[in-house]
Design a protein around this ligand. Structure first.
Ligand code: ATP
Ligand code: MG
Length: 467
């Protein structure tokens, strides 16, 4: 890399670029203007500038300044300082948060208090610096464009404008391997931005990814969870899945699933995941909510299913086999991608309900209808049927069972194939319920009010983003 101080930026004056204040959030503008009035430099930077140049609606607006976080706090009453890894100021406007970061310096500088591992990974880089240094420590050229509130010009230190024109995602600097080593998550970000923006990854930046994919093992499972959600809940999940597999990155995030997909002879495991992700993308496109529990249930189903089959063959009852398979696979997964408990529990319920959906005799189907996770489990069953993994007749039966009236339901219950089979003996009462089994209160409510929720295509569960 060139010595940073000698780099001359390309400055594009206001009349020669399309970014207008009308497209910037009023609150971000307020922050920029107040910093300027207080005598500081202030720029809009990162995804906000990139997306405005591409004609997309930015997700959020980040601001970079030469004011220290403490100085930012003095300017804004509605401000909190956050972050250990990077110290940032958050300025609050009701529900909107505008993030203000102080220009960060180069880690290589003598006397800096940045910490780097033997592999070159940055542990802490809370060193303040100039705007030039700040630009060059960002990840991709297209993410290092600055909109200057002082004169409304665009400032480009890294060639981001040319790369936006060409649709090219390029790491800043001339050593992509070093940039991935500094922060291996940049490999996932490369895939994410390539999908989101429809850009190609510059060949020099794409080339080392496969070899370096294993570095993701050094990243905390909590951070990988955040990145995984961004990859799969932004409207391009199917594309991201294919690209992640192409770069051997998927195996780093979902090793058990990847091993199944790699060795399966049948097509349905891939079909199942692809359809699940496609379904998620379509819901996002239509503005419908999506549920992390459903997403992870889809992504981990194949290893759960295989383990479940093995345990069944070993003679375990189906509920126990599913509970154990879920527990094993979910626990192994936590070591890579930490699925928060509030998502892991409903995910396991979706799996636990799969064998229960196969039982169609007596009061059980009516009770299942009012299970809080019924809707998600039914959608999951539809996907399994569509992928050819389970009998479509079962899915059709459940679709119809929700649509018809009570009299018709009675008839359906009387004519299921299971009806003719011998009844299994009840388990002793002391046996602990498997995950997802109905508790007594729920069963009573279900018996009293078997109200149907009408199906209207795959819903991914109860319709909240937090499920
Ligand atoms: P979006 O918010 O649309 O996902 P973004 O580019 O704004 O995209 P953020 O994760 O919000 O991405 O990060 C904001 C900016 O911070 C980026 O544009 C980039 O300049 C810088 N940045 C973020 N993560 C890294 C990283 N791992 N390495 C270097 N720079 C980063
Ligand atoms: Mg952003």
């Amino acid at each position: 890399m060139l010595p940073v101080n000698r780099l001359e930026p390309l400055i594009v004056p206001r009349p020669e670029h399309p970014i207008s204040r009308a497209n910037i959030s009023p609150n971000a503008l307020k922050v920029l203007n107040r910093l300027k009035q207080a005598g500081f430099e202030a720029y809009l930077v990162g995804g906000g500038v990139r997306d405005l140049l591409l004609g997309h609606e930015p997700k959020d607006f980040d601001i970079a300044t030469n004011a220290t976080p403490e100085e930012v706090r003095e300017v804004f009453r509605n401000c909190r300082l956050i972050g250990r890894r990077f110290r940032l100021a958050h300025v609050f406007f009701g529900r909107e948060i505008v993030e203000v970061a102080t220009f960060r310096g180069s880690n290589a500088e003598a006397g800096s208090d940045a910490q780097v591992t033997e592999q070159g990974m940055i542990l802490r880089d809370n060193v303040y610096g100039s705007i030039t240094e700040d630009a060059l420590r960002r990840d991709f050229t297209v993410n290092a464009l600055y909109y200057n509130i002082a004169d409304f010009s665009l400032v480009d230190y890294a060639g981001g404008l040319a790369d936006i024109e060409q649709g090219c995602l390029r790491l800043i600097g001339d050593d992509p391997v070093a940039r991935y080593r500094e922060d291996p998550v940049r490999m996932l970000r490369a895939v994410r931005f390539a999908c989101k923006l429809g850009f190609i990854i510059d060949p020099d930046c794409a080339a080392p990814i496969r070899e370096l994919a294993g570095l993701l093992g050094e990243i905390s499972p909590a951070r990988l969870f955040e990145e995984t959600l961004k990859l799969f809940h932004s409207g391009y999940a199917l594309h991201a899945f294919e690209k992640l597999r192409h770069f051997d990155l998927f195996a780093q995030l979902f090793p058990e699933t990847d091993a199944c997909l790699a060795r399966e002879e049948q097509a349905f495991p891939i079909t199942f995941v692809s359809r699940g992700l496609d379904n998620t993308d379509r819901r996002i496109l239509e503005g419908k909510p999506v549920a992390p529990a459903f997403l992870f249930a889809v992504l981990l189903w194949e290893p759960v299913r295989l383990r479940y089959q093995t345990l069944l063959a070993e003679g375990l009852p189906s509920a126990d086999a599913m509970a154990l398979a879920s527990h094993e696979i979910a626990s192994a997964q936590q070591r890579r991608v930490a699925i928060q408990k509030r998502f892991a529990l409903p995910m396991r319920e979706i799996w636990a309900l799969q064998p229960r959906l196969e039982r169609r005799q007596g009061k059980r189907p009516l009770m299942l209808l009012s299970h809080p996770r019924f809707r998600a489990a039914y959608d999951f069953l539809l996907l399994r049927a569509e992928a050819g993994e389970t009998d479509p007749e079962l899915a059709q039966w459940w679709t119809r069972f929700q649509e018809v009236d009570a009299a018709e339901r009675g008839k359906m219950l009387g004519s299921t194939p299971e009806r003719k089979r011998k009844r299994r003996r009840r388990k002793p009462k002391s046996a602990p319920p498997a995950a997802g089994s109905a508790g007594p209160a729920e069963a009573a409510a279900a018996a009293g009010d078997p109200s149907a929720r009408r199906p209207s295509g795959p819903q991914q569960g109860s319709g909240t983003t937090n499920d």
